[in-house]
Write a protein that binds this ligand. Structure first.
Ligand SMILES: CCCCCCCC/C=C\CCCCCCCC(=O)N[C@@H](CCC(N)=O)C(=O)O
Ligand SMILES: [Zn+2]
Ligand SMILES: [Zn+2]
Length: 515
């Protein structure tokens, strides 16, 4: 009997060890043998024109951006914009980019009073056009806390400081600059493309980008792809990855902004009620902050980002990333530690405004707050609103939805995706130090969502190498761009326009080591 028991225990143990060994074998096999092929291609043609800049070109390129930064195109709220500055921006680009404005095959239109649409007619009408999108408006900037005033465009230590240097005059001016340089070299464009420069992106883009999209739709335009801001070449964002990696947004999060308010009878502060409007609202806000929205890791494209970058990780993280089917609970816990990676895996909750109280000895008649949620690609606004109501669980708190939209659909990311292959090719040309190109999520919002009817291929990417510290400068203090980084951005756009002139993508090549 004892012998039989020992035998059974041994068999059980062998079974367990066997399972563990089998698991390990699968892990190793997946890590080293079954890693998905990156989908390389062999491109016969290189861009016709190289990006050699004279000292004069360099000066001109830098001054064009600096001049644009000095124009205070601030969007405060949907009914408060600096319209004088928006108009000045229009005059400014006309002056700085004469070749763009005088080319016979470029049509320029002003949309919604201040936005710009350029239709660049290529020589081959058979090729489906694409679109480059940017915006000229900026968020406000406090005067304090900057090393140089936010609209001075001062140059310090190789950086231009100012609101809009990364978000997003670098793209608006950069696109026009790249085209200006190409035109001056008599480059004849083959594929048509559109340039859209919105004037109210920071306040939802209803008067600018949306009108541009409506107009193009009415003209029956279909786009092969659209490129807008929203992600970048990330350096140091992900623990365990040393080299900079290009993460191109294939979707952007949705958004839901709610106004919460509590009304209460005012009175003398010497005989206060048990709870005031401020106390009730503060409790509701605290519950929202203390109960984050659910962790959705694995339900959206964030998992594809890590899978694509798996080989970039050092050991043993590379093993973990290649086997997310097994390790995703650990990975999702690590991701939620940093605000920028936490934003990838859940709907975020940000209390952005709070107003209450009118005098030191008056019981406040009302308290109001604004909470801004950014919705994970696997959720819908309606679902998030239900969670908010359940979490607040207090009928005295009135909830008004101010603005809401669901996450964007997911854009294609495969060997046939024209835009993706063009970005890969251009990254190889301009940023040889970038070893991987991965699909990702844009954690903020962009004007591109207005163009969903024109194309299913919307990509969010700024060709700039950014570090976590740079990310904090966007909408924050000391926003800046390095002169070298801006030159690279213009070079990327210059080569992207030429690369897009290819008629058909080359065949993928199995043994190449390209991206
Ligand atoms: C695995 C990778 C980790 C990812 C870390 C994220 C790093 C992201 C890097 C760069 C992103 C820059 C995004 C800038 C876009 C900003 C656009 C913007 O400010 N939009 C406004 C629009 C307002 C609106 N209501 O539509 C906004 O989102 O508030
Ligand atoms: Zn922006
Ligand atoms: Zn912004």
């Amino acid at each position: 009997m004892a012998g039989r028991l020992r035998g059974a225990a041994l068999a059980g143990c062998l079974g367990l060890c066997g399972t563990a060994l089998a698991l390990l074998a699968v892990v190793l096999l997946r890590a080293y043998v079954l890693r998905p092929a990156p989908g390389p291609r062999v491109w016969g043609r290189r861009p016709e024109l190289g990006f050699e800049l004279s000292a004069r070109d360099r000066r001109e390129l830098k001054e064009a951006l600096r001049g644009a930064i000095k124009i205070q195109t601030v969007s405060f709220s949907p009914d408060d914009q600096n319209t004088t500055a928006l108009a000045e921006f229009g005059n400014y680009i006309k002056k700085v980019f004469p070749a763009v404005f005088s080319a016979k095959f470029i049509q320029h239109e002003i949309i919604g009073e201040y936005s710009h649409l350029f239709t660049v007619q290529g020589s081959d009408p058979q090729l489906t056009p694409y679109m480059l999108l940017a915006h000229m408006d900026v968020v406000p900037a406090s005067q304090e806390g900057w090393v140089a005033p936010p609209f001075s465009a001062e140059e310090r230590g190789g950086f231009i400081y100012g609101r809009g240097t990364m978000d997003n005059k670098n793209s608006a001016i950069g696109i026009l600059q790249a085209l200006e340089f190409l035109l001056r070299k008599d480059y004849r464009l083959r594929r048509s493309f559109y340039i859209g420069i919105g004037h109210d992106e920071e306040i939802y883009g209803h008067k600018g980008a949306r009108k541009i999209a409506d107009l193009l739709e009415a003209r029956g335009v279909k786009l092969s792809f659209l490129l807008d801001e929203g992600s970048a070449i990330l350096d140091g964002f992900i623990k365990g990855i040393k080299a900079p990696v290009a993460v191109i947004g294939i979707t952007e999060k949705g958004a839901l902004t709610v106004k919460l308010s509590v009304e209460k009878e005012p009175g003398h502060s010497s005989a206060p009620p048990k709870e005031t409007s401020i106390g009730i609202l503060a409790g509701a806000l605290s519950r929202l902050e203390q109960n984050p929205m659910p962790n959705m890791f694995g339900h959206g494209p964030e998992i594809r980002t890590l899978e694509h970058l798996a080989s970039e990780f050092t050991f043993p993280l590379n093993l973990i990333m290649t086997n997310l089917w097994l390790f995703s609970p650990i990975v999702s816990r690590i991701l939620q530690q940093m605000p920028s990676t936490n934003a990838l895996i859940r709907t975020t909750t940000a209390i952005t405004m709070f107003n209450a109280g009118i005098k030191t000895n008056i019981i406040p008649p009302s308290a109001k707050a604004t909470v801004n949620f950014r919705i994970h690609p696997s959720q819908k606004a309606e679902e998030v609103l239900e969670i908010i109501k359940t979490t607040i669980a207090d009928d005295r708190v009135k909830i008004d939805v101010q603005e809401t939209f669901d996450p964007n659909p997911i854009s294609p990311w495969d060997n046939q995706a024209f835009g993706v292959q063009i970005f890969r090719r251009t990254l190889l040309d301009v940023f040889p130090e970038v070893s991987s190109v991965a699909p990702g999520i844009c954690i903020a919002n962009t004007d591109s969502r207005h163009f969903a009817k024109l194309t299913d291929a919307i990509y969010l990417f700024n060709p700039l190498i950014i570090k976590p510290d740079d990310f904090l400068r966007i909408h924050g203090l000391n926003e800046r761009i390095s002169v070298e980084g801006y030159e690279k951005q213009v070079e990327f756009l210059y080569q992207l326009i030429q690369n897009s002139d290819i008629k058909k993508l080359p065949e993928p090549h199995a043994n190449s080591h390209e991206l």
